[in-house]
Design a protein around this ligand. Structure first.
Ligand code: ADP
Ligand code: CIR
Length: 345
């Protein structure tokens, strides 16, 4: 493979940090699962509009290709080589009374973490048989959950297209055919081994074998961030007791995309900010100040509709779970107050 030529317009962290020197230093290296630099960068090379552009095939990728990954991690998470992951999933330490009890702004709240199974390659380097093993292990673990977490597993294989589309539209299920994931092999053998577990009310869900082997999700209508977080903390602890997670002392929970390392947590609200949306400079000033990310109504790489946005913490490594949610919460309080002020102008 030759050094890729990126167009001037490319703004991904891959283009920014893959110098010719680093390319030459890493181009012949591979991990024990045979994951190579060509695979690490394939998604960003094929998708020039990537924000990041790289994926790991296994935990070892983060060490073998560290000269590239470490720069991307430092830039995205403000996490240097001497920093170590820290954790605090104690919901009693979160201070998040509903910022919108009348339900005028916040439509729904969702908090997810990414997790992978210890001693398994990540999705980009996994075999079909290993992926099926992961599915069996995760399903066995979630089937043990009781009370309001109890539910059923619905494999994608055999699911009707109508039900699948409805679950995607309602924000419960991952979409199909993502080109960023396809490039790195994350859609291989689709839909085998993929599926979704959820409780009766769809307030607790687990995605199986999408970008990560598990996306453990707590969500509900309205702005009760505290209850959403408590449900997630409780569920994650119980699942981990049955399926040990892939973990690194320095980088926390290991995920296939470096933006998800550490807590692997994305805490978000769907929030209507129609007035603030008329002044995107002010909107972005607040989201930058609180290190929030703005996504569209159907998740990453989607558009907003009717002034409704998906607002979440951007940083996931170098902060605890409580800090990730508290930062999102504080930012949402500031956004609601700015929305009220712009409505009165
Ligand atoms: P992820 O959150 O796992 O990184 P996406 O950005 O693709 O992945 O979002 C997955 C799904 O979750 C999408 O359908 C998105 O609209 C939905 N979602 C995200 N935040 C919320 C929220 N606060 N309320 C309802 N649905 C949400
Ligand atoms: C990109 O670079 O734009 C995609 N590979 C997505 C990057 C971050 N998102 C993610 O991990 N879900």
């Amino acid at each position: 493979m030759n050094y890729p030529k990126f167009p001037e317009s490319c703004t991904s962290l891959l283009c920014k940090f893959l110098s010719e020197d680093i390319f030459n230093q890493l181009k012949d290296k591979k991990t024990a699962n045979n994951f190579t630099l060509a695979q690490v960068i394939k998604s960003g090379v094929e998708n020039i509009d990537s924000g990041i552009g790289v994926y790991a095939g296994d935990k070892e990728s983060y060490a073998v290709f560290a000269p590239l990954f470490d720069q991307i991690i430092a830039e995205y998470h403000s996490f240097t080589q001497v920093d170590v992951h820290k954790s605090n999933f104690n919901s009693a330490e979160l201070n998040a009374p509903n910022p919108d009890p009348e339900g005028k702004y916040i439509i729904s709240t969702r908090i997810r973490v990414g997790r992978n199974v210890a001693d398994m390659p990540l999705g980009p380097a996994i075999s079909n048989a290993q992926r099926n093993q992961v599915e069996s292990a995760v399903v066995a673990a979630v089937n043990l959950l009781e009370g309001d977490l109890a539910g059923s597993y619905y494999p994608l294989l055999g699911m009707s297209k109508v039900i699948q589309a409805q679950l995607i539209r309602d924000h419960f299920l991952f979409k199909e055919g993502d080109r960023f994931l396809a490039a790195v092999g994350l859609n291989a053998d689709w839909p085998a081994g993929r599926g979704i577990f959820h409780n009766k009310d769809k307030t607790f869900l687990v995605w199986v074998n999408e970008e990560d082997q598990m996306r453990i999700i707590s969500m509900q209508m309205g702005g009760d961030i505290q209850t959403t977080f408590t449900r997630l903390a409780n569920a994650v602890k119980q699942i981990e007791a049955t399926v040990p997670f892939l973990y690194s002392q320095r980088l926390g929970y290991i995920t296939s995309c470096p933006t998800n390392l550490g807590t692997a947590m994305r805490a978000s609200v769907h929030i209507a900010l129609p007035n603030l949306a008329q002044d995107m400079d002010r909107f972005k000033m607040i989201t930058d100040q609180y290190r929030l990310q703005i996504r569209g109504l159907h998740g990453e790489h989607s558009e907003s509709k009717g002034g409704v946005y998906d607002i979440s913490n951007r940083r996931r490594l170098g902060i605890t779970e409580v800090e990730a949610v508290q930062g999102m919460y504080d930012g949402v309080v500031a956004l609601i107050s700015a929305e009220k002020a712009s409505a009165n102008r």
